[in-house]
Design a protein around this ligand. Structure first.
Ligand SMILES: N[C@@H](CCC(=O)N[C@@H](CS)C(=O)NCC(=O)O)C(=O)O
Length: 387
């Protein structure tokens, strides 16, 4: 039985979603809102739109939701969490506390850890770079003066600098980035051979985590899309199924009642890649470093410190700490078996002063960062254009 929707949800009537039709996190949010059958007006961001959203939320990132009452929402994980706590079923966030924790872990893992391969395929391969550079120049940079060719060249240079070279991708590491994409496709293909969505007969949080990279990047950018069509047709089909999923049509679709064995490859990737990276990133952030060195799965990386990912580690640690004792013991045992327990707790996430009052998703420039923190930390977590 689903509970009645919460009156707070009325604030979403007439909402405007600011983003781009090619953006990773915008696609994730659009798919979720479509599933919930919550109507919205889509507004294509230009650079002025990005500045406006940043002035409203304190975060220069997309998507951002503008409400009719003047408030803004930011961060897809926090937005989904807020809506899930208030809408009536069929819920995306599992009610079972252990499954909820694993779903948050998978959402966060997929959001963050597939980001590098998604950006690599878009900005390292000539056909993808030419196509998407031209699109961003014509769409997001439409309010920037100057010839389209120049805007295209500028955005391509910026994205390569920031998301290829600046995110540790070198001739020595690119093989690992591409292998991660292929392994992820293979693991998803296995899961989707037995059920339509990752946790059963309707979408759950983990599906939305994977939707960011799989939809707007991997299934649509020429180079990864070809790999997906050739090696993982069930994933290609799942992307469209996710886009077409509607809660009202899937009300009888059950979720599994335990973490399926076929999630083990994702837990293993988190154990050996994502979580050790979060720990090293948190340690470097606490030390005030701009970059850090880390060896993951036998590959040496030099990566930029990412404050958003300190918040990700904190959110995972907080979610685990909130589990009832018996559930926590069982979750811990499974994480230990997967090798994910030690890296999850190797470093206690340091306080970086982000969202000190716990206001997400309703951040403002005044509330996004604690005033006591150094000015260098009071900048937005992200600082630029579309991905
Ligand atoms: N955790 C945020 C991440 C949002 C994000 O990183 N969005 C990208 C676009 S997909 C962005 O705005 N990047 C800014 C840049 O490239 O500088 C969320 O879930 O909304």
């Amino acid at each position: 039985m689903s509970r009645p929707a919460h009156p707070d949800l009325a604030a979403l009537a007439g909402m405007r979603v600011h983003g781009l039709d090619l953006s990773y996190f915008t696609g994730k949010l659009q798919a979720y809102l479509r599933y919930c059958e919550l109507p919205f007006e889509f507004v294509d961001m230009d650079t002025a739109g990005m500045r406006r959203a940043a002035r409203a939320t304190g975060m220069a990132q997309m998507p951002a939701i503008e409400l009719a009452d003047g408030r803004w929402m930011t961060d897809t994980t926090a937005i989904i969490d807020w809506i899930e706590a208030r809408r009536s079923g069929p819920e995306v966030t599992p009610r079972d506390p252990a499954l909820r924790f694993y779903s948050l872990l998978l959402e966060d893992y997929a959001d963050e850890w597939l980001w590098r391969p998604a950006l690599h395929y878009r900005w390292s391969f000539q056909p993808d770079t030419a196509l998407m550079g031209r699109r961003i120049a014509a769409e997001m940079l439409r309010d920037v003066p100057g010839p389209l060719g120049l805007r295209t060249a500028l955005i391509i240079a910026r994205q390569k600098r920031k998301y290829v070279r600046g995110d540790g991708i070198t001739p020595a590491t690119r093989g690992a980035v591409e292998d991660l994409y292929r392994r992820t496709l293979a693991a998803l293909e296995t899961t989707l051979a037995t059920r339509p969505f990752l946790l059963g007969a309707r979408p759950s949080l983990a599906d939305y985590g994977f939707m960011g990279s799989m939809f707007r990047h991997f299934s649509l950018d020429p180079t990864p899309a070809r790999i997906m069509r050739d090696t993982a047709p069930a994933v290609f089909e799942w992307v469209a199924r996710m886009w077409n999923a509607r809660a009202s049509a899937l009300a009888d679709g059950a979720l599994l009642d335990a973490v399926p064995d076929d999630w083990s490859p994702f837990l293993a990737e988190a154990a050996t890649g994502y979580l050790p990276c979060l720990a090293a990133n948190a340690e470097a952030a606490a030390a005030g470093q701009a970059t850090f060195a880390v060896t993951l799965q036998g590959v040496d990386w030099r990566l930029p410190v990412n404050l958003n990912r300190v918040h990700c580690l904190k959110a995972l640690q907080t979610a685990f700490a909130a589990l009832p004792a018996d559930v926590a013991a069982a979750v811990r045992a499974r994480l230990e078996t997967a090798g994910a327990w030690a890296p999850l707790w190797r470093v206690t996430a340091p306080d970086i002063g982000f969202d000190p009052e716990g206001r997400l998703p309703f951040l403002t420039p005044e509330t996004a960062w604690a005033s006591a923190f150094a000015p260098r930390r009071r900048r937005p977590v992200h600082d630029g254009a579309a991905r």
